[in-house]
Design a protein. Structure first.
Length: 364
């Protein structure tokens, strides 16, 4: 019987193929250099991930609007709470049990409102993902110090925006009570869900964006555009401008919201000015003195080891005497011809003479 052939080479071949595939993979570029096509592909990948994160967050927000796990209040209840905090006599009630509810005037208003609130909540919930995608796309083109400054700037901006939005949420009920109490003797306020949420969203955004103004001042100071000397004597003008700004941008134009926004901005701007003062003082200590001189002024000469000293007196010149004349005239060299004496040598008793070397010259 002939021996059966065994497929011994198959596993080796598969191992070789895997090894070739492993070694044939494209190595990552350590310098981070990319072509235009690679940049576009990277941007597309980042955008797709960010959009998917927002979609997933919107689905979660849509569900969270009415149902909330782990004992958390539903999103609709959280947004409705400032309105329901108003006294019962200042808001209309359309339910038989007297429960606080907003008004809907069209069949699809509740569905559209739930979709909008869910999309907004999804954008907020997915913000860590799409912020990281933006950061990962931008950071390879930054230097080490630029990365540190950018990360600090983004962290401060997010913190200030959240602080402004939280402050606006807690003062919303006070502003609504003032606005809805005007003319309560003749009318009752019945807010629709769409208008109420638009008002709430506008107030949150205005407070959050306004809180970024101090960060802008600090950034201008860090890059050398704005100095503390330029603004230290203009605080009165700045306070008036902040009050006018708060009066125009507040959605309801109620005095309480305007005062809270203006007072918060004035406090934050003053903190930013103090930061500018400390930063300018530190930079002034590190600034060389010659940079403060006028372009037309000459810098004084120092008295250090390399300085030019004062004039010194020059000694009187000494008298120059002529050289003495020679005692004997210098005679010209006289060439004397030396006569060569003929050389003689004896060879076997025979005397031979030569005038120029004789035998050896003939041989050579």
């Amino acid at each position: 019987m002939s021996p059966q052939s065994q497929p011994v080479s198959a596993p080796k071949a598969s191992k070789n193929v895997k090894g070739k595939l492993r070694f044939s993979r494209k190595q990552k570029n350590p310098t981070g250099e990319m072509t235009l096509v690679e940049h576009l592909q990277e941007l597309r990948r980042r955008v797709i991930i960010a959009v998917l994160a927002v979609v997933v967050g919107a689905i979660i927000g849509f569900i969270w609007y009415q149902r909330a796990p782990f004992g958390i209040s539903p999103l609709g209840e959280i947004l409705r709470e400032p309105y329901c905090a108003l006294p019962a006599d200042k808001r209309a009630s359309f339910s038989a049990d007297g429960e606080c509810r907003l008004l809907a005037t069209s069949p699809f208003e509740m569905l559209l409102l739930r979709l909008k609130v869910g999309a907004l909540a999804g954008t907020v919930l997915s913000s860590p993902v799409w912020l990281y995608q933006i950061w990962a796309f931008v950071v390879p083109g930054l230097h080490k110090n630029e990365r540190r400054y950018t990360l600090s700037f983004v962290s401060a901006a997010v913190g200030l925006f959240v602080a402004g939005a939280v402050l606006a949420y807690f003062i919303l009920s006070v502003g609504l009570e003032f606005l809805m109490g005007i003319g309560e003797e003749y009318q009752t306020a019945a807010l629709t869900g769409e208008r109420y949420f638009y008002f709430l969203l506008a107030l949150l955004l205005i407070f959050g964006i306004s809180f970024e103004i101090p960060l802008l001042i600090v950034s201008l100071n860090l890059i050398g555009v704005l100095e503390y000397e330029h603004v230290k004597d203009k605080r009165r003008i700045i306070i008036v401008l902040v009050m006018i700004f708060a009066a125009f941008v507040t959605p309801g134009q109620d005095p309480f919201s305007m005062v809270v926004l203006a007072g918060s901005l004035i406090l934050l701007i003053e903190i930013a000015f103090q930061f500018c003062r400390l930063h300018d003082k530190r930079m002034q200590r590190q600034r060389p003195e010659w940079m403060d001189l006028d372009d037309e002024a000459a810098s004084p000469l120092g008295a250090g080891p390399g300085a030019v000293g004062g004039p010194t007196p020059v000694a009187a010149p000494s008298q120059v005497h002529p050289s003495p004349a020679p005692s004997q005239p210098v005679s010209q060299p006289v060439q004397q011809a030396q006569r060569q004496q003929p050389q003689t040598w004896t060879t076997g008793g025979t005397e031979t003479s030569s005038n120029s070397g004789g035998f050896f010259d003939d041989v050579l």
